[in-house]
Design a protein around this ligand. Structure first.
Ligand SMILES: NC(=O)CC[C@H](N)C(=O)O
Length: 382
């Protein structure tokens, strides 16, 4: 079925409808990852965004429940829409070149109710977004361009949007793993004491919970609006602040909670969690032109001088000029010199802008989960 992608500046691409074939709206961003499309579309941090895949062929290895990044029992929050150059053929009885494939990607999109467009020049679209910045857009099978442009122009801007409260869990839950979901990169050291970690869910990826579990930190997941008193009353050993969609700045409820937890418990923040720590310490964040979305972003670890190739997905960033004296930059992005990691000098708190859990992406930064466990152990040794 023919479809259009209309950007709010009037740029229009013709293609074919995909997935649920409904209207899709959101901020149009591009990701340069060459694999991991299923983890990407099920990453709650992409909520409210239409994701353009620069990799030309998408869907080649099918889809499997094990690759979904939205942790159960939550509904599958993910991208608001997708844009592909080419979709792998959706034939019945096809032998996907991957032993874990359970269905085609098209079926997965339908099941998620996720719509998109394919058959467009994603290279030209990416260059446009790179030149003019990420911008709002609409995908529709309604081919009335005037109507679509009007709709695209009316969409809210990402800056100022609190989306974490939309995708967070409604009730707290204890994360359970079963053998099918346990990470295989490193065997869990079962001789180590299992600690309790309070995870504040701004749009948590399942892999973060798995990595915590693998480092003997059992996650209890709390809604984004949880108060510091509630967390402290449940006496966890540590706190994890997760990734999530939208602008960190309007999440005043989260900033207040974090400010009240700093110094009382060891804290590790990832992506939105990292930005919220910076805001809680009095620093500022800003909107980047097109953000970082991909799997090969070089990041320098200041302490070791080592370069990590990292998985990234963010459109906002911490302004280093606004950091107070007790917050030091631990990681820098080598492409554009933006802040990639922070640590407090006077409390057990550190955070990274990139995704150490990857999913999808490289394993270079898995060690940060070990570092978290070490920081927690050291905190209780004192
Ligand atoms: N993956 C994330 O947590 C993204 C954080 C935030 N929504 C941003 O775009 O910068």
């Amino acid at each position: 079925m023919p479809a259009l992608l209309m950007l709010d500046d009037g740029t229009c691409f013709e293609g074919y409808a995909l997935g649920a074939c409904q209207e899709a709206v959101g901020e149009v961003v591009f990701t340069t990852g060459m694999s991991g499309y299923q983890e990407t579309i099920t990453d709650p941090s992409y909520y409210g965004q239409i994701v353009v895949f620069t990799s030309a062929h998408i869907g080649n290895y099918g889809a499997t429940a094990l690759d979904s990044e939205c942790p159960e029992p939550k509904p599958e929050y993910g991208a608001g829409g997708v844009v592909f150059h080419d979709l792998f053929v959706d034939a019945e009885n096809i032998d996907f070149p991957h032993f874990r494939a359970e269905s085609s990607l098209q079926k997965k999109l339908e099941q998620m109710g996720l719509s998109g467009i394919y058959g467009i020049d994603t290279r030209a679209l990416t260059l446009h977004l790179r030149m003019h910045g990420a911008r709002n857009g609409i995908i529709s099978t309604n081919l009335d361009r005037d109507y679509l442009l009007k709709r695209a122009k009316e969409l809210p801007q990402m800056s100022g949007l609190d989306l974490a409260s939309k995708v967070t869990v409604k009730e707290k839950f204890v994360f359970n793993t079963d053998p099918g979901t346990v990470l295989t990169y490193k065997k869990r050291d079962t001789s180590k004491k299992m600690l309790n970690v309070a995870v504040i869910d701004y749009g948590a990826k399942r892999s973060i919970l798995l990595h915590l579990f693998n480092n003997n930190m059992h996650p209890t997941v709390y809604p984004a609006t949880v108060t510091a008193e509630e967390i402290l009353a449940s006496k966890p050993d540590a706190v994890m602040l997760t990734n999530g969609p939208g602008d960190p700045e309007p999440c005043g409820y989260a900033i207040k909670t974090i400010r009240e937890l700093v110094g009382k418990l060891p804290i590790f923040g990832i992506c939105l969690g990292h930005q919220l720590i910076a805001l809680a310490m009095g620093a500022k964040t800003f909107k980047m032109p097109f953000g970082h979305h991909g799997l090969n972003h070089p990041v320098k670890d200041v302490a070791t001088g080592k370069v990590l190739i990292t998985s990234q997905n963010h459109g906002f960033c911490v302004d280093p000029q606004t950091l107070p004296g007790n917050v030091k930059v631990t990681h820098w992005n080598l492409n554009d010199n933006t802040v990639e990691g922070l640590a407090l000098t006077d409390a057990p708190v550190f955070s990274v802008q990139f995704h150490p859990e990857a999913a999808p992406g490289t394993w270079d930064a898995y060690g940060l989960f070990d570092a978290f466990r070490t920081m927690v152990d050291d905190f209780y040794k004192k």
